[in-house]
Design a protein around this ligand. Structure first.
Ligand SMILES: [Zn+2]
Length: 90
């Protein structure tokens, strides 16, 4: 059985796949612990990115604080800033 790669799983989590592809992946996830664990990891990552973005929006004053801004930017890098930017441009 062929495993689902991370990029495909990320698109699956964000709903960015065709209906047929989703069904095939859902079926695979039911039977594959490794891939469903990776999917859970991606979901958690997305939730962290969302919380981070909310926190940043709530504490906009942090942007004026160099140290806090540095912490936020390194956290963003860790959590996949590219994914975050993609979502923001929607
Ligand atoms: Zn698998």
């Amino acid at each position: 059985m062929k495993h689902t790669d991370r990029e495909t799983l990320e698109r699956y989590v964000s709903g960015d796949l065709s209906a047929l592809r989703k069904i095939m992946i859902a079926r695979h996830l039911k039977n594959c612990q490794a891939c469903s664990r990776l999917q859970a990891e991606i979901k958690t990552g997305n939730e962290l990115v969302d919380s981070l973005r909310k926190a940043r929006n709530t504490y906009m004053d942090f942007e004026k604080d160099d140290k806090a801004a540095a912490v936020f930017s390194s956290l963003e890098t860790c959590l996949g800033a590219s994914r975050m930017k993609k979502q923001e441009s929607n």
